[in-house]
Design a protein around this ligand. Structure first.
Ligand code: 8YV
Length: 313
């Protein structure tokens, strides 16, 4: 039996990509000498696209594959996929939730602690030999601070659980109050900024959360405030954030995600009060393998006519 064709639009965890390539006739868009010709050659027979969270798939790309029936994405966030268009065309979309929650939450805590206790700056201090001339300046503490989480979904809750172990008070902002927690709810992010010492963005990206962490929210967080982002660059007003960090209006930031990755503005790189990380929240062997397996499972379920294990649309 011939292998079903798949258009691979974004690279993902190599060992699982290798497995997928053994099972299907895979075409790597990023390696194609002529991407247009590849789309054209697959147009009448390709039902499956596998993409990565950051790459997604645009409406016009879906249009070029008139037989497309499944978009299996490697990642929980589906903000780079035009979901409305997929819905309209009756194309199913799957993602990789749950398996990455704990690692992403760990990354939020690592960034929060690393930013407040200035761990990378300390590393540079030792490497540069500056310790020999005297001790590193003292830092702020996380103890007894207030942490406001933007988005109390799966990842937000995993972050809150960890924050509780660090003796912090926990609040959250989101569209709805959750009936099953006692964490302090804010329906207004600026009010949460006024209350919080640390704000952690953990909400999905996309139009509903675009720039939800506004200039006003960051100003409310204030000169001693710390902003952590493990969500998407789009959820924060990056320009305002850089201005406030540079001018002392915001204390510090720990960032795993950015607008227009992997292009990080020089103005942000130049700052000493930021910890920067190259979108690695889910990037551990175990989690990436589990995410890749979910992609394979969703594709397999589609081919066999079964319900998708993690369907979004
Ligand atoms: C991945 C992510 O890095 O799951 C997500 O939404 O942002 C990350 O886990 C990304 O999707 C891989 O492309």
């Amino acid at each position: 039996m011939s292998k079903p064709p798949i258009l691979l639009m974004g690279h993902f965890y190599q060992p699982k990509l290798d497995e997928l390539e053994k099972l299907y006739e895979c075409h790597r868009l990023w390696a194609a000498a002529d991407p247009e010709a590849l789309f054209a050659s697959l147009a009448d027979r390709c039902q499956i696209v596998v993409t990565a969270g950051g790459r997604g798939i645009k409406a016009d790309e879906m249009d070029r594959l008139p037989n497309l029936k499944l978009i299996a994405s490697f990642g929980v966030g589906v903000d780079a996929i035009d979901l409305e268009h997929a819905r309209k065309l009756g194309i199913a979309v799957s993602n990789t939730p749950d398996v990455l929650t704990e690692d992403v939450a760990d990354m939020a805590l690592a960034l929060m602690l690393g930013t407040i206790r200035r761990i990378p700056q300390g590393d540079r201090f030792v490497r540069d030999g500056r310790w020999l001339a005297g001790g590193m300046p003292v830092t702020h503490s996380l103890q007894k601070r207030r942490v406001g989480i933007v988005g109390l979904g799966r990842i937000g809750r995993a972050i809150a659980k960890r924050c509780a172990a660090f003796n912090t008070e926990i609040g959250y902002f989101g569209p709805n109050r959750k009936s099953d927690t006692d964490y302090r709810y804010f329906s207004d992010i600026v009010q949460m900024g006024e209350w919080a010492d640390v704000m952690i963005a953990a909400c999905p990206g996309g139009p509903a959360t675009f720039r939800v962490v506004s200039r006003a929210a960051l100003e409310a967080l204030g000169p001693d405030g710390v902003f952590v982002n493990i969500a998407r660059g789009s959820v924060v007003d990056q320009e305002a954030m850089i201005e406030l960090l540079a001018g002392g209006g915001l204390g510090a930031a720990g960032l795993d995600v950015f607008d227009d990755e992997p292009n990080v503005p020089q103005a942000l790189i130049a700052l000493d009060n930021v910890v920067l990380h190259p979108h690695q929240g889910s990037a551990t062997y175990t989690t990436r393998a589990a995410m890749g397996q979910l992609v394979i499972d969703n594709v397999g379920a589609f081919v066999q006519g079964h319900e998708l294990p993690t369907r979004v649309v």
